[in-house]
Design a protein around this ligand. Structure first.
Ligand code: 5GP
Ligand code: ZN
Length: 123
């Protein structure tokens, strides 16, 4: 059992907290103790899933040492989901952060993108 990491309680104003709570529906393709995975409503690739911690953290910019286990569990969940999605040719994990990073939902999340070739540098 992981110690509860630093952060806020679920926010009634937060879209992803509402999805975690089930108040807004999402097709949970993955769920464990720490996070859920569901399709992005506006997919940017043939596979585009969001991996969202159940615990509210605004962004990776707020991460502290106490979040390390939670952050690790998000990455291993992404890898497990990618194997389930048969993304054997590869994929990309993205964490948009802040205004310059293009973050639009202020609840930490990973984007798992696959099913097409990804360009570099990203836009
Ligand atoms: P960000 O721009 O913060 O990195 O990513 C937020 C993502 O959430 C966007 O890709 C957007 O399409 C997705 N999104 C916004 N609202 C909803 C929603 O109600 N349901 C789902 N499944 N995805 C959403
Ligand atoms: Zn939240």
């Amino acid at each position: 059992m992981m110690k509860i990491p630093p952060g806020n309680l679920a926010s009634s104003e937060c879209l992803f907290c509402k999805i975690v709570a089930g108040d807004i529906p999402a097709n949970r393709v993955y769920e464990d103790e720490f996070c859920i995975g569901f399709p992005d409503i506006n997919p940017q690739a043939p596979t585009h899933l969001l991996i969202v911690p159940k615990h509210h953290i605004t962004s990776i910019a707020k991460a502290e040492a106490g979040h390390a286990a939670l952050l690790g569990s998000l990455m291993s969940a992404a890898a497990e989901i990618a194997r389930g999605e048969k993304l054997s040719k590869g994929y990309r994990i993205v964490v948009n952060t802040g205004d310059d990073g293009g973050q639009t939902v202020n609840h930490l999340h990973l984007h798992l993108l696959g099913g097409r070739h990804m360009n570099w540098p990203p836009g």
